[in-house]
Design a protein around this ligand. Structure first.
Ligand code: NAI
Length: 247
């Protein structure tokens, strides 16, 4: 199995895209750290699924926007499996409002989790990935970071901020042979899009050349490639997984 013995930390992986990534990597034999903020039961279910698929997994509670909590995440990883080979910064939130209605608190909250969480986790696992053979940093951005989206000025700013961060870390890591890339999903069927009204979803789907939303597996399959040793000459890139939305 291609991920056998590789230790992967995936933030926000109790559900949604993160969970799909955990299951995909787990089914390839990876050691997976399932990070969650509050849903312990869901995180444990994710661990059970990974183990049933042939991987090893542990849960680790941590709010990624809290640097001390992220230290705990690192300790859990080190105790269970040793240093990480792969970090997937997947945890993310939205707080949508048309810009004139958006509060500074809603701006800060989205920055704290999406960018602050990426900062905290990347710093905590930087040395691990640098020192790993074929270390990998994978940041889950969004098509919204490229195109913008009505009512998502905070989220779009955070998601496009991930691009510049990733390219910079890619340059730093290159000297040690590790890589850093972004995956930019299009609209994906998870809890995050559950509240989007059907008529809006229909409008979104009508603008997607492949005529459907992404499934979690579509995103996880690309992350799995980037996490593997097969992607060793890909770095500093943004890989779009959006059904052709930006064609
Ligand atoms: P989701 O809401 O189902 O899952 C996000 C996960 O992150 C949840 O498990 C949540 O508990 C966790 N999380 C949130 N704040 C956290 C924190 N402070 N600390 C630790 N964990 C935290 O969302 P989904 O759809 O699975 O999104 C995953 C990533 O993919 C996010 O970064 C999102 O922005 C991105 N994305 C999602 C798209 C979609 O259409 N669903 C499209 C493009 C990007």
């Amino acid at each position: 199995m291609s991920m056998e013995g590789r230790t992967c930390v995936i933030t926000g992986s109790a559900r949604g895209i993160g969970r799909g990534i955990a299951e995909h990597l787990g089914s390839e034999g990876a050691n997976v750290v399932v990070n969650y903020r509050s849903s312990e039961e869901a995180a444990q279910e994710a661990v059970d699924t990974v183990e049933a698929a042939g991987g090893n997994a542990v849960t680790a509670q941590a709010d990624v926007s809290d640097r001390e909590a992220v230290e705990h995440l690192r300790e859990v990883c080190h105790e269970a499996f040793g240093p990480a080979d792969v970090l997937v910064n997947n945890a993310g939130i939205t707080a949508d409002k048309q810009f004139t209605e958006m509060s500074r608190e809603e701006w800060d909250r989205v920055m704290d989790v999406n960018l602050g969480g990426m900062f905290n986790c990347t710093q905590a696992f930087y040395d691990d990935i640098w020192n790993a053979e074929e270390g990998r940093l994978i940041n889950i951005s969004s098509i919204v970071g490229k195109q913008g989206n009505f009512g998502q000025a905070n989220y779009a700013a955070a998601k496009s901020g991930m691009f510049g961060f990733t390219r910079t870390i890619a340059l730093e890591f290159a000297q040690g042979g590790s890589t850093a890339n972004c995956v930019a999903p299009g609209f994906t069927r998870t809890d995050m899009v559950e509240d989007v009204p059907d008529e809006v979803l229909d409008r979104i789907i009508s603008g997607i050349p492949l005529e459907r939303l992404a499934e979690v597996e579509d995103i996880a399959a690309v992350v799995r490639f980037l996490a593997s040793e097969k992607s060793s000459y890909v770095t500093g890139e943004v890989i779009d997984v959006n059904g052709g939305m930006d064609l």
